[in-house]
Ligand binder design. Structure first.
Ligand code: ADP
Ligand code: ADP
Length: 225
C-alpha cells in the first residue's frame, strides 16, 4: 500500500490568544512507494507547514496521517520520535551540517544514537554513502572547508544514513548555482532509482519540478488541481 497518505489534514496556528488562523484547509495526498514528487506553490501557501507535518516535526490540528499504513495522529511522542528517526530523512536548504566535523562524522552522526548500527559498521556505511554522493576522496575534510554543493551532498548522504523509506527535501538546491543544483538533483534521483526511496521535494525551480514523476501544487493551504 501507499508510503504516505494524508486525509483531510488541517493546521491552525495560534496567533495571539484567542485568535486561530487555519493555514492548511483539508489536504488529501497519497504518495506511492518509490515515487519522486515535487511540491510547489507560492511563498506562504503552506508547503513548509505541510512538510513539517509529514515529517512528524509538527502535528496537524485535525485529519489523519498514515506512514507505511500506520496512522500516526494517536501515537505517543516517543513512538513519533522513533518513527521519524527510522523512516524519514531530511534535507534542508541550509544543510545544517556541523561545520567543525568532517564529512564522515556528519554522516555518521544520525547512527550514533541507533542500536541498529554497530560502531564499526557506522564508519563503513558512512564511507559507502559518501562514495555514492561522489565524495569518497574528501571524507576527512571538515564541512566548513567544502563548497556549498559538496556540503549539500554531505547533507544528502546524512539524510540517507538511516535507510529512510521517505526523504523530505525542503529547497535542497535553493542556494546552489545551476550546475550544483543539477548535480544534487541527479543525485537524489539516483538514490530514488537505486533504493526505491520515496522523495518529496519542495522546490521553486520549475525546471527541476518538471523532471519529477509528479507535481503537487499548494495554493492558499489547498491542493490545486
Ligand atoms: P510556504 O512554505 O509555502 O512558504 P508556510 O507553511 O511557511 O508556507 O506558511 C503558511 C502560512 O502559515 C503563512 O501564512 C505563514 O505566515 C503561516 N505560518 C507559518 N508558520 C507559522 C507559525 N509558526 N505561526 C503562525 N503562522 C505561521
Ligand atoms: P540489502 O538492501 O542488500 O539488504 P542494505 O539495506 O544494507 O542491504 O543496503 C545495501 C546498500 O545500499 C547499503 O550499503 C547502503 O549503502 C545502501 N542503502 C540501503 N538502503 C538505502 C537507502 N534507503 N538509502 C540510501 N542507501 C541505502
Amino acid at each position: 500500500d501507499a508510503m504516505l497518505r494524508l486525509e483531510d489534514i488541517r493546521k491552525s496556528y495560534n496567533v495571539g490568544l484567542p485568535s486561530q488562523t487555519e493555514v492548511l484547509h483539508g489536504i488529501d495526498v497519497t504518495l506511492q512507494r518509490g515515487e519522486f514528487v515535487a511540491l510547489i506553490g507560492p511563498s506562504g501557501s503552506g508547503k513548509s507547514t505541510l512538510l513539517n507535518i509529514i515529517g512528524l516535526l509538527d502535528r496537524a490540528t485535525s485529519g489523519r496521517l498514515f506512514i507505511n499504513g500506520k496512522e500516526t495522529s494517536s501515537l505517543p511522542e516517543h513512538e513519533i520520535t522513533r518513527l521519524r528517526g527510522h523512516s524519514i530523512g531530511f534535507v534542508f536548504q541550509y544543510h545544517l551540517l556541523i561545520s567543525a566535523f568532517t564529512a564522515l562524522e556528519n554522516v555518521m552522526m544520525p547512527m550514533w544514537s541507533d542500536r541498529r548500527f554497530a560502531s564499526a559498521d557506522m564508519e563503513t556505511r558512512a564511507r559507502e554513502l559518501l562514495g555514492e554522493v561522489g565524495l569518497a576522496a574528501v571524507a576527512g575534510n571538515k564541512a566548513n572547508n567544502m563548497s556549498g554543493g559538496q556540503q549539500q551532498r554531505v547533507a544528502v548522504a546524512r539524510a540517507l544514513a538511516m535507510k529512510p523509506d521517505l526523504v523530505l527535501a525542503d529547497e535542497p538546491t535553493g542556494n546552489l548555482d545551476t550546475a550544483s543544483a543539477d548535480d544534487v538533483f541527479a543525485l537524489l534521483r539516483r538514490e530514488n532509482t537505486r533504493h526505491g526511496t520515496t522523495f518529496l521535494l519542495v522546490t521553486h525551480n520549475l525546471d527541476l519540478a518538471r523532471r519529477c514523476d509528479r507535481i503537487i501544487k499548494v495554493v492558499d493551504g489547498r491542493i490545486s488541481p
